[in-house]
Each structure stands twice: as C-alpha cells, then as structure tokens.
Ligand binder design. Structure first.
Ligand SMILES: *Cc1c(COP(=O)(O)O)cnc(C)c1O
Length: 387
C-alpha cells in the first residue's frame, strides 16, 4: 500500500510520473534508514539517449562531479557515455570500473600535479587549460597531448554561475593556443561553460559567437582547430519547468553548423541534466517548532550532508507524507539536522503538515547533493541507491 504522500498537480511538471512511482513502490517494499538518495536508472537511460541527439557530430562526456556514485557511473558506462573528470580520485574511480582512457577528458583548467602524473600513465589525452603555467605542466607531464582553451563567457541567466574562476578573453586565448603549439602540445579546440542550471538559451548564442571569433583568429595564426567543447549547463526542473534540452540543442546545432566547419567535433559535458531529475532524496522529519511566527520543519538531510546548493539559491520541490490527515497547508522554514544556523534549506515552503517520523521526498536532487556532502556534526552522508 502506497503511503499517504501528498502528491499535487504542480509536481507533475517537476518529476516524471514513472520516476516518482518507482520511488514510492520502493518505499513500500523496502525498509531503509533515511536519509538516502534514490536514482532512477530508467531516467538516466532516457537522459543519456536524449542529450546530444540534436547536435550533429557530438559526443557526451558526463561530468562525474555531479554524482560520482559507483553504481551510477557503472550504469552510465554500460550505456556507452564518456566522462569528464578533474581529479585523481575521479580518474581512479573510472579506471577501477574499466572505463577506457579514450572515453575520458578533463576540462578542469587547473589540474593538480598528482592528477597529471596519474593521467600520464593511463593514456588520458585531452585537457583544457587557460594559463601559461598549465601549458608548462601539460608539456612536462603529458607531451603532445590535445588541449582546448577555456574561453570566458557570460554566465548571466545561470542559477549556478562558474564564470569568475576560469576562462580567458580572446587575445589571451589566442596567445595560449600559440604557446601550446610552440611547446609541442596539440592545440585542438575551444571550450566554455555557460554556467550551471542555465535557463537562458541565449547564453549559448553569445558563447558560440565568441568561440567562432577565436576559431577564426586561430586560423589566421596558422592553427586549425577541430574541437568545440560546449561544456555543461543544461537545466532541470526544480520548482518550475525549464526550457527543454531539445530546444537548447536545436538552437546550438543551428548556430554551430551556420558558423563552424562541417567536419567539426563537438563535445558536451552535462552533469546536472544527466542525474539531477533522476534523483529523489528520501528524508524523515526529525522535529518541528514554532519560533515567533515561523513554522520550522527539521529533516535529516541538510545543507551539510546533501543540500549544499540550497545555499547558492537552488530551491527544491517537496512531497510530504502526512500520516495524520492534515487538511491545511502551512508555510515552513525547512532546516537540516545540524546545530549550525547556516543549515537552513529553504524558507516559505508551502506544505501540508507532516508529523515527526513522516517521510519528506525532495525532488530533482540527483546532482550536486551527495557529491558535496560532509559528515559535519556526525550526520552521515546519505547512501545512493540506483533503482
Ligand atoms: C561542472 C562542470 C560541468 C557540468 O556542468 P553542469 O552544469 O552540471 O552540466 C561541465 N564541464 C565542466 C568543466 C565543469 O566544471
């Protein structure tokens, strides 16, 4: 018997019915201590087949940092996807699963020496860069490797901007490509990241325009590029629906084949869009309180053990179980279990009143949740269960 979850109309635009009911059936059958993260394998399969489909000559490299769970990675590997990594830990994980180095790229523009040393022994051969020091590091550790320069592009319209930390402007990008060539590396292409959870389709227009300018500048300097890596950034629905991946990709595809050579190679590095809406956090209400006018709801997953992105402005949708029939909805401040006042997930969340011990499902929580989690204050990191 499916428990008494308060599923509402607006949830239909956030979570796929199949994913939600798979999760509910699982909860009906299994007794697992919360909190844990359920990942719907079918949804992963659907996303992997969708992403990249509308962009010609494109290859998908899943950004491992979004969710590096071993079973999730194994599943994605079996589906044939490639992987984008940044660290020795991610590389070791992939190698231990048997991922071929040819299916791995690294788009972290500043790589640790430990990572480069390990990469040099494995045959991973494609790296991004955005500084002269990185050229030297790569030339020393992985001579003749393929490199692509990270261009800085606007991140406005992304809910999780990444633009300040990495990327260079056109003139510097050109100088870096030339420097890479002079140091014996193979300057293969250009990359950018429009920002994560990018709901503004025009960010890709601006980025591609800029990449095309650099492409032509390189050609004039005698460097024939062939690779365009368009990073990640595809959005998922958290509390409202977002522009579809098909629409984003049709736009990108038209722009690429309007501007760039026909035989271009396109790389995609989606993270959030692959795993995000396949995931549902299963949490339990551990307490309630009324503090002046505010209703507080405490659950067993919080900012430190899984919902870190809420601090940066990501808002989630919730489905509550109400073991005692609650007719009316209330406004809640939803908080995690730790003693830190930073551990507040969201405010003004309208929900039916659950009881202590009731389950709260947090939708679209497969990406950048468990991978960010710490055991701060002794609360364990939720396990991930692929179903
Ligand atoms: C994090 C990251 C991605 C994935 O971004 P999403 O917004 O999750 O799709 C892709 N490429 C690079 C270089 C990244 O750092």
């Amino acid at each position: 018997m499916i428990k008494n979850f308060r599923i509402e109309k607006h949830h239909a635009g956030i979570v796929a019915k199949a994913t939600l009911f798979k999760c509910l059936r699982y909860l009906d059958k299994e007794v697992v201590e919360t909190p844990f993260l359920l990942i719907d394998g079918e949804k992963l399969r659907e996303k992997v087949s969708l992403i990249g489909r509308s962009i010609r000559n494109s290859t998908v490299f899943y950004a491992v940092k979004a969710n590096p769970d071993r079973e999730v990675i194994r599943f994605l590997h079996a589906l044939g996807t490639g992987f984008e990594i940044a660290s020795e830990g991610e590389l070791e994980l992939l190698l231990s699963i048997g991922v071929e180095p040819a299916k791995i790229i690294s788009s972290n523009p500043v790589k640790s020496l430990k990572f480069l040393k390990l990469a040099s022994t494995t045959g991973v051969n494609r790296f991004s860069f955005d500084s002269p020091d990185e050229v030297e590091k790569l030339a020393h550790h992985i001579p003749h490797c393929d490199v692509y320069v990270r261009l800085s592009v606007p991140n406005e319209g992304s809910e999780w901007p990444l633009s300040k930390k990495f990327g260079v402007e056109l003139d510097e990008a050109l100088a870096l490509l030339c420097r890479a060539r002079d140091r014996g590396l193979n300057p293969a292409g250009i990359t950018f990241h429009v920002g994560s959870q990018c709901t503004n389709i025009y960010n890709w227009n601006i980025a591609l325009e800029k990449a095309k300018t650099l492409w032509d500048m390189a050609e004039k300097s005698g460097i024939r590029l062939r690779l365009l890596n368009i990073g990640g950034g595809y959005p998922i629905a958290y509390t409202k629906s977002v522009v579809s991946i098909e629409s984003i990709e049709r736009n990108i595809n038209a722009l690429i084949y309007d501007k760039f050579p026909e035989d271009i190679t396109v790389h995609l590095e989606p993270g959030r869009a692959v795993v995000g809406d396949a995931g549902i956090f299963v949490t339990t209400v551990i307490g309630k309180a009324k503090r002046s006018d505010e209703n507080w709801l405490y659950i067993d997953v919080g900012v430190f053990n899984g919902l870190m992105e809420s601090v940066g402005g990501i808002k989630y949708s919730y489905i509550v179980e109400t073991s005692k029939q609650a007719r009316h909805k209330k406004q809640w401040t939803v908080a995690g279990p730790s003693c830190d006042s930073f551990d507040v997930i969201d405010k003004n969340v309208t929900l039916h009143e659950p009881q202590v011990g009731d389950i709260v499902l947090i939708l679209s929580s497969g990406a950048y949740t468990v991978s960010y989690a710490s055991e701060f204050n002794g609360f364990s990191i939720p396990k991930t269960i692929l179903i």
